[in-house]
Design a protein around this ligand. Structure first.
Ligand code: DAK
Length: 256
């Protein structure tokens, strides 16, 4: 299996599993990634996903240069021929945590950028070396990196294709936290469990408002926020959380 996918206690675990190619994404991996993400989106009992790589050296070194790049080149602008993922084509408002266990290069960094929370192991490193292959990031790197870090830093990384280490990634705000490799999954799980204690419809609405709103003018963004709020105030979890606060007890969150 190019990808491992399991679900435990409301958390979906997606592990890229091609260690002999440093977890480069070939067509099979991309298809399995798409299927896993769609299953996660559709499963009412799965509230948070963690994406990681199977081997301590690499999270993912991008598109497989031998197996995937020719397919992508052939597809050209017809991106809908590629299985939909969070890189492109799949709307998914549930929160996703990247647990970056090693190299995150090219499409691997683009996958990290498509996640909401990013935890890095101390040995992780990040880069977009596509220009050195005479191409450019094609899974959102030029768009998401410049939204994630200051423009001059994004330009430096995208023009030169050089790597930065985990501490630098933390300094520029690309990742939320850096931890020893041995603590990586436990830390990602702790964040995931904390997220599972928060009404999930509220978390999803916040993600949708943040991501869609970033592309809108302020007035349209405020309108979207109000619309999502209308939906949340009618939710069972909101009523339960409000009663629990007033009764000084823990809420029984059900995702409804
Ligand atoms: N693809 C396939 N195999 C790879 C690979 C990759 N990206 N990266 C590494 N490998 C393989 C190596 O070939 C080697 O396999 P064997 O020779 O042992 O069979 C094995 O992994 C170990 O690699 P190395 O022997 O090279 O190990 P080193 O420690 O010396 O170096 C490295 C590790 C990661 C620094 C080096 O392998 C490297 O520079 N790899 C290439 C990384 C890279 O350039 N990544 C960007 C790929 S391009 C598009 C959408 C998306 C994209 C393009 C278009 N459209 C919508 C049109 C995305 C493009 C990319 O991501």
């Amino acid at each position: 299996m190019a990808l491992l996918y399991e679900k435990r206690d409301r958390i979906a675990y997606i592990t890229i599993n091609r260690p002999r190619a440093l977890n480069a994404i070939d067509p099979e991996t991309l298809k399995e990634l798409s299927e896993a993400l769609i299953d996660f989106r559709e499963d009412n009992n799965a509230w948070v996903a963690i994406i990681t790589g199977s081997d301590r050296r690499a999270f993912c070194v991008g598109a497989d240069i031998k197996e995937m790049l020719p397919v992508l080149s052939d597809i050209r602008n017809e991106w809908w021929r590629v299985p939909p993922t969070i890189l492109r084509g799949l709307e998914l408002w549930k929160p996703i945590i990247a647990a970056v266990n090693g190299l995150a290069l090219g499409g691997g960094l683009e996958l990290v950028l498509a996640c909401d929370i990013r935890i890095a192991a101390e040995n992780a490193s990040f880069g977009v070396p596509e220009v050195t292959l005479g191409i450019m990031p094609g899974w959102g790197g030029t768009q998401r990196l410049v939204r994630a870090v200051p423009a001059a830093i994004a330009a430096e990384m995208l023009f030169f294709g050089q790597r930065i280490d985990a501490q630098e990634a933390y300094r520029i705000g690309l990742v939320n936290k850096v931890v020893p490799q041995a603590d990586l999954m436990a830390t990602a799980e702790e964040w995931a469990r904390r997220l599972c204690e928060i009404p999930p419809l509220a978390v999803r609405a916040v993600k949708e408002a943040m991501i869609k709103g970033a592309e809108m003018n302020l007035e349209d963004g405020l309108r979207l926020e109000a619309k999502l709020m209308d939906y949340l105030v009618a939710s069972e979890d909101h009523k339960e959380a409000r009663s629990a606060f007033l009764e000084k007890r823990k809420p029984n969150i059900r995702g409804k």
